[in-house]
Each structure stands twice: as structure tokens, then as C-alpha cells.
Design a protein around this ligand. Structure first.
Ligand SMILES: NC(=O)c1ccc[n+]([C@@H]2O[C@H](COP(=O)([O-])OP(=O)(O)OC[C@H]3O[C@@H](n4cnc5c(N)ncnc54)[C@H](OP(=O)(O)O)[C@@H]3O)[C@@H](O)[C@H]2O)c1
Length: 328
């Protein structure tokens, strides 16, 4: 432990023998967890992940254990961690899992981190989480943030906006619809704003939070704020397609999406997700920590975007639930 503290204090220049600080990360074979693992690994950390996915090829340097909500198992897996990066959450209620169970599971993870005396707890939340929110996702996130703040461990809370990368559900599926249909209905005109951040920037911000000292509460947001309509236009440009965007009342847009969902077997956009967008909850109110421009990222990756539909339900509850999403 002392060697790890020295390593952290001196960075990669410290010449001791057992240097690598150790991070335990939930979801290192998934999305933000994979980006955080990649960044921390690049900074010399050893990574252990809690996940229900198989390791992808090339991830042999990462040890893993099942993510199950047994307090003894969690405490044992977290023991000896210099940092615990918690990304666990559910996007949508499904079966017995809803936001209340996600909050409960997060409280168990925080309690296990306290029991295991991890060096630092880095919790990935969401921008504008609020106990006053009428949206279960944002209210549940705020409840977990409160548990993190009062747990007594040195901690950081990182709040991403919309995280844009190769496996991002919203951006990929906007691209998928744009590629396949001549028109794109924009719910309620799309004049509400968002401030996306790239996945690589998010991984860096999470890793910075793991290496920082003192308690932190930071947003992970990119340098540019755009309206939803501008974002769709940008994705269309990145994909090299010209499409007619037309204003559609939100209810009508959701009704159309529900029809598409019958064929896709997925939840494309939930009512609460549209409400979160329209309430501009994906906009930060702090100077942006993200430096990479999302428009540049989209233009550089447009040829791959939307080639196939990203089915989030299959990815979490179906035949892809144990397949890796990203290579850390
Ligand atoms: N992606 C975004 O744009 C975005 C924006 C704002 C905030 N966030 C927050 O960032 C965190 C990470 O998001 P992410 O997009 O990286 O999520 P993710 O890849 O879907 O999952 C993150 C973690 O939650 C676990 N998980 C997700 N759904 C689950 C389910 N139904 N049952 C059991 N475990 C489940 C995953 O388990 P496995 O390891 O088994 O996959 C993984 O450990 C979340 O707290 C999310 O709310 C994300």
C-alpha cells in the first residue's frame, strides 16, 4: 500500500518494485467503465473489474469477477483497491430491475467500499441529478450521490452529460434512423440544448478524479453546446446523408417510436429520456472539462455510425448480455 501511495505521489517516475496502484471498476468491458480502464491502465494502474461480461480479446491484463449484489462478495472484491470506480446503473426499468433497485444496489456498492476501506471512491453519476427531479433516473442518481457524499471515504462524483463514442446508444441509433429513412421527426422541434462529451474525454476525467486528492463533484461535459436539432443535423452530415427534419409534437414522435420499437424489440427513446432532453439536463453549468470537439469526433467516425442498430435491450437483458461492449 505504501509503495502504491508513493507511486501515486511520484507518478510513473517513482522507481519502486510493486508500483501499480490498483483500481476496481464496474463495467470495464462495457462503455464508460472501459474508457476509464483504458485511461487508468495507460497511467500505470492495475485493473480489476466487476462485470457479468466475458473479457474481450486483448483484455488479458484485466482480472475480473462477477458483479453480484452480495455484500461479502463485494467487500472481498474491493479489498486492497486504491480506487473504486463505480459506473453501475440501469438505463431503463426492466423486469424486476427499476431505479429503486438500482439505488439499492449502488448503496450496497458504497457500503462494500467503506467496509473494504478502498482508498478512494469515484462514482459516475449524471449531469443535473436532483432529489427534486420528477424523473426517476435523475432522482435516483441524486439519492446515490448523497450516499457517496456521506460515506466517509475520500470521493469524487463525476457527472457526464451525453457520452459520445462508438457504442453510444442514442447517437448510433439517430444515425441508424437517418441512414434508413428519408425523413426524421424531431420531437417538439428540438430547440432544447445538450452538451455532449466524447468517451475518451470522459475516461480521462474519471481517471483524473481517481488520481485527485480531496472530495470532488465535477461534470464531464464537452466544449460545445448544441440544440438537439443541430445534433441530429451534425450526425446526418457525419453519415453523409441529407434528410428532411420536421418538427413533431413530442407525443406523436413517441407514438411513432413505439411503433418502430415493436419491430426492433428495444426501447429506442423512453418518455423520461425525452423529458430529460427537453429539460436540458444534458447541459453542464460549469466550465467544460472535456476538450475534444464532439462534431470533429462525429465527422471522423461518421462512416461507421449507424451501420447496424444498437439494441440496448439485447445488450443488457438478451443474448448479448454477457458479450463485451468495448475493449478496455
Ligand atoms: N452513456 C452515457 O451517455 C451516460 C451519460 C450520463 C451518465 N451516464 C452514467 O454513467 C454510468 C455508466 O454508463 P454506461 O453508459 O457506461 O453504462 P453501461 O455500460 O450500460 O453499464 C455500466 C455498468 O452498469 C452495469 N449494468 C448496466 N445495466 C445493467 C443491468 N440491467 N443489470 C446489471 N448490471 C447492469 C454494467 O454491467 P456489465 O459490466 O455487466 O455490463 C456496468 O457495470 C452510469 O451510471 C450512467 O448512468 C452515462
Amino acid at each position: 500500500m505504501m509503495a502504491r501511495r508513493l507511486a501515486r505521489a511520484f507518478g510513473r517516475g517513482y522507481p519502486g518494485p510493486t508500483l501499480a496502484p490498483r483500481a476496481v471498476i464496474t463495467g470495464a468491458f462495457s462503455y464508460i467503465g472501459a474508457a476509464a480502464a483504458r485511461e487508468l491502465r495507460g497511467r500505470g494502474w492495475a485493473i480489476h473489474t466487476l462485470t457479468n461480461r466475458r473479457a474481450p480479446a486483448g483484455a488479458g491484463h484485466i482480472t475480473s469477477a462477477r458483479l453480484t449484489f452480495d455484500p461479502d462478495h463485494l467487500a472481498a472484491e474491493l479489498r486492497g483497491a486504491d480506487a473504486f470506480v463505480n459506473t453501475y446503473w440501469i438505463r431503463l426499468p426492466h423486469g424486476v430491475d427499476d431505479f429503486a433497485t438500482a439505488v439499492e444496489h449502488n448503496r450496497m456498492l458504497v457500503a462494500a467500499a467503506v467496509r473494504a476501506r478502498v482508498g478512494r471512491l469515484v462514482h459516475v453519476s449524471v449531469s443535473n441529478a436532483s432529489l427534486d427531479s420528477r424523473l426517476g433516473y435523475y432522482r435516483g442518481k441524486a439519492e446515490v450521490d448523497a450516499a457517496v457524499r456521506s460515506c466517509g471515504l475520500p470521493h469524487a462524483i463525476v457527472r457526464p452529460t451525453l457520452v459520445v463514442g462508438p457504442a453510444d446508444v442514442l447517437t448510433s441509433n439517430i444515425a441508424w434512423f437517418l441512414r434508413r429513412f428519408p425523413v426524421f421527426p424531431v420531437p417538439d422541434g428540438g430547440r432544447y440544448r445538450l452538451q455532449p462529451v466524447t468517451l475518451a474525454d470522459t475516461g480521462r476525467i474519471v481517471a483524473d478524479a481517481a488520481e485527485a486528492c480531496g472530495d470532488l463533484d465535477v461534470d464531464a461535459a464537452g466544449p460545445d453546446v448544441v440544440t438537439f436539432r443541430e445534433y441530429v443535423e451534425l450526425v446526418a452530415r457525419a453519415c453523409g446523408v441529407r434528410r428532411a427534419l420536421f418538427d413533431t409534437p413530442g407525443r406523436l414522435a413517441l407514438a411513432g417510436i413505439r411503433m418502430a420499437e415493436l419491430f426492433l424489440g428495444d426501447t429506442v427513446l423512453a418518455r423520461e429520456e425525452l423529458a430529460g432532453l427537453e429539460q436540458e439536463l444534458l447541459v453542464s453549468h460549469a466550465p467544460p472539462l472535456g476538450a475534444e470537439r464532439v462534431d470533429a469526433w462525429l465527422l471522423a467516425h461518421g462512416t461507421e455510425l449507424g451501420r447496424s442498430y444498437v439494441n440496448d435491450r439485447r445488450r443488457h437483458f438478451g443474448d448479448l448480455a454477457t458479450s463485451p461492449i468495448a475493449i478496455p
